[in-house]
Ligand binder design. Structure first.
Ligand code: NAD
Ligand code: ZN
Length: 389
């Protein structure tokens, strides 16, 4: 089959690789009908995930059709149309039972790799390097889905892929970011990053009862999307200090909750080069956590910081005194996809939200490299790229 393989920073190639097969009785094999590039893939594309190996198949946000199931798969059969969580969970362990799917004890046999970079024993993720289980990714024609009964959610026919696909990752991530804000009526939620994750966080904040949502980014088209798609007020941080603007907009009080939908801030932020070979093996270090710093300063006393942007390694220069004295609550994590996906599918089927609006580009799988370039540099008003095998 054809698949997109990673060979190094900014180097992805479409190659012929062997088809996946059932390795475990709880696996399913999917024929992928649509996949999409996530902000997390950019961390790989930028070369910031040192546990990648040359030739690894990347991609983790996808949907498709079941073409084969292992003998212990109970809920799925050949021909089912499904959207799959990017995070792999066994469904049985202590954490999965509590719906904390990204903390699964059993889906990542390599959880000991690079403990300092990524934390010990967290869940497997499709196409996300050997520290996350070394699973083959979704920018391919077929994929093996482990623990398929838990990760794959059935979708009826008759609704286009585009409306469902973000439920694999970006939508539940945004939803979890908003849910972690413990929103009360009247709350103002500020969201850093108006990419797909941020846009879904904004939309979800309203779904969960926020009174105001304020988006912070620097890309005009994305801020425009924040207004159109999520009805958010906007701040362009290249024109005005986000902290000052937020203070002003909230009568000096600050936002009740702040969501980080940016993360590493590597791409396009001039960080290229801070990360040299010697540091790779043990740590990733940056003194530019702009977003975390701004969130601490812009959050009201007693407020909540909800961090969905992905970090790795060591992040420095955080105003810990302000965070401590303001009694801020910090919440963060890789998303608990399976917890939210069935509910989000229902909401889309009920026409409460149309996730397809975030797609700006549709490309054949063969043009994945071009998709990465568009998405990385936010060229041609790129918000999210759909890849069609
Ligand atoms: P994206 O690259 O499309 O969006 C990031 C946005 O942040 C861009 O619009 C960029 O202009 C903006 N930005 C950069 N620096 C900023 C700053 N200082 N202040 C405000 N905005 C800034 O990516 P995405 O797909 O929306 O993903 C966003 C983040 O979420 C990534 O870090 C990704 O890894 C992470 N993510 C986390 C999970 C999870 O489970 N926690 C899942 C998916 C994605
Ligand atoms: Zn588990």
């Amino acid at each position: 089959m054809k698949a997109v393989c990673w060979y190094g920073a900014n180097d992805v190639r479409v190659e012929n690789v062997p088809d996946p097969t059932i390795l475990n009785p709880r696996d399913a094999i999917l024929k992928i009908t649509s996949a999409t590039i996530c902000g997390s893939d950019l961390h790989i594309y930028d070369g910031y995930i040192p546990t990648m190996k040359a030739g690894d198949i990347i991609g983790h946000e996808f949907m498709g059709e079941v073409v084969d199931v292992g003998r212990e798969v109970k809920k799925l059969k050949k021909g089912d149309r499904v959207v799959v969580s990017s995070i792999i969970g066994c469904g049985q362990c202590h954490y999965c039972q509590q719906q904390k799917w990204s903390l699964c004890d059993n889906s990542n046999p390599n959880g000991w790799i690079n403990d300092k970079l990524f934390g010990f024993g967290t869940a497997g993720i499709f196409g996300y390097s050997h520290a996350f289980g070394g699973y083959a990714g979704a920018f391919a024609e077929y994929i093996r889905v482990p623990f398929a009964d838990y990760g794959a959610v059935k979708v009826p026919e008759g609704i286009p892929d585009e409306k469902i696909l973000p439920i694999s990752d970006a939508f539940p991530t945004g939803y979890m970011g908003a849910e972690m804000c413990n929103i009360s009526p009247g709350d103002t939620v500020a969201v850093w990053g108006a990419g797909p994750v941020g846009l879904f966080a904004m939309k979800s904040a309203y779904m969960l009862g926020a009174e105001r949502v304020i988006a912070i980014d620097r890309v005009p088209e994305r801020l425009h999307m924040a207004q159109e798609f999520a009805n958010a007020e906007t701040i362009n941080y290249e024109e005005i200090s986000a902290g000052d603007a937020l203070k002003e907009m909230t009568g000096g009080r600050g936002a009740d909750a702040c969501i980080d939908a940016v993360g590493l801030e590597a791409h396009g932020m001039g960080l290229e080069g801070f990360y040299d070979e010697a540091k790779q093996a043990i740590r990733l270090e940056t003194d530019r956590p702009h977003v975390l710093r701004e969130m601490i300063l812009a959050c009201r006393k007693g407020g909540i910081l909800s961090i969905m942007g992905v970090y790795a390694g060591f992040v420095d220069k955080i105003p810990m005194g302000a965070a401590m004295n303001k009694a801020l609550t910090w919440k963060m994590g890789q998303m608990f996809g399976q917890k939210y996906m069935p509910m989000l599918v229902d909401r889309v089927l009920n026409n409460e939200v149309d996730p397809s609006l975030v797609f700006s580009h549709r490309l054949p799988l063969e043009e994945a490299k071009q998709g990465f370039e568009l998405f990385k540099h936010k060229k041609d008003n790129c918000v999210k790229v759909l890849l069609k095998p």
